[in-house]
Design a protein around this ligand. Structure first.
Ligand code: PMP
Length: 316
């Protein structure tokens, strides 16, 4: 779909996956005017396909577009385009339990602009790919390292929206962590340098005495849709959940730590290295709390339990 600045998006069309043409002075290439989303489609036992909370992705894209001075498709246009793309790629949705179809909507300033300004034209596209587990460890625990020098977001910046530049900002620390054998990086706030923010592409939760805590949304972390869903699932399962400032020192006392995201789903954290000290959790698998939440969420996403929250959209 395309639209001019200040305009609204035209109805899109399906095209084969392939390269797209962009002006060398496209806003997205020069000034990073780009946003993306990530969601998944799951195959049910009866062969039908379920999307998980696509409206939430549409709303997050709308909020991000406002921050990045971009027009965005409406929620209805977004959801309709996602459904049409998945239906056209139905055969790529893996069988039940064998993975999912990852859906990547992308909104960008595709019009040419030389001086710093919002682009004159925008393109919204969606591509898909079948996926298995995000971390090579699968659902075996991941090992994180706390980053003390580099930050992915600043107050008033763009950390709270899913803009492409946020991911460029994490590549250096993430590559260094991976080269040392860690799965990913855990970021701290850049003002006090002592409160947990998030991992490069997922949110973080800490469990102590059956109370689940997660950093509050204050503009520097991405409001994850899995995070929001896990908070609701946990509360519906009787857990106390606190969204607040979570100090890095709380990692030393935690019973369990886990990450959430569309790609990582719910991943147990096996260790966190913090100022050279390695704190370990669990015995090589899920802790009791993350196991329970993972089971409920994935069963819901795959249509194996009743969707009382009305989170899934069925395609056939
Ligand atoms: N934080 C960041 C920085 C992310 O890229 C993601 C993945 N979208 C998340 C958190 C988790 O968000 P969601 O649960 O919506 O995938």
């Amino acid at each position: 779909m395309k639209c001019a600045r200040g305009g609204s998006f035209s109805k899109g069309e399906l095209q084969r996956f392939g390269n797209i043409e962009l002006s060398p002075s496209a806003g997205v290439l020069n000034y990073g005017q780009g946003l993306f989303e990530g969601l998944k489609a799951f195959r049910k036992e009866d062969g039908n396909i379920l999307l998980f909370r696509p409206q939430e992705n549409a709303l997050r894209l709308n909020i991000g577009a406002e921050r990045m001075c971009m027009p965005s498709p409406t929620v209805a246009q977004f959801v309709e385009a996602v459904k049409a793309t998945v239906l056209a790629n139905k055969r790529w949705v893996p069988p039940p339990g064998k993975g999912s179809l990852y859906i990547r909507p992308l909104l960008m300033g595709s019009g040419a602009v030389l001086g710093l300004a919002p682009a004159p034209e925008y393109t919204f596209l969606i591509y898909v790919s079948p996926v298995g587990n995000y971390f090579k460890e699968g659902v075996t625990p991941i090992n994180l390292v706390v980053e003390h020098e580099l930050h992915r977001a600043t107050p008033g910046g763009t950390g709270g929206v899913k803009t492409i530049g946020n991911y460029a900002a994490v590549l250096k620390a993430q590559s260094a962590a991976k080269a040392k054998g860690y799965s990913d990086v855990l970021y701290l706030d850049c003002v006090h340098k002592k409160y947990l923010e998030e991992v490069s592409s997922c949110n973080i939760f800490v469990v102590k005495d059956n109370v689940i805590s997660t950093p509050a949304i204050k503009g520097t972390i991405l409001p994850g849709i899995t995070r929001k869903s896990i908070i609701d699932v946990a509360r519906s399962q009787g857990f106390q959940v606190e969204e607040r400032l979570v100090a890095v020192d709380e990692l030393l006392e935690a019973d369990e730590v886990f990450c959430t995201g569309t790609a990582v789903v719910v991943s147990p954290v096996g260790s966190i290295t913090y100022k050279g000290r390695r704190v370990s959790y669990g015995e090589g698998g899920f802790g009791a709390v993350s196991q329970q939440l993972y089971t409920v969420l994935t069963r819901l996403q795959m249509g194996l339990i009743e969707d009382k929250m009305n989170w899934t959209a069925e395609l056939n």
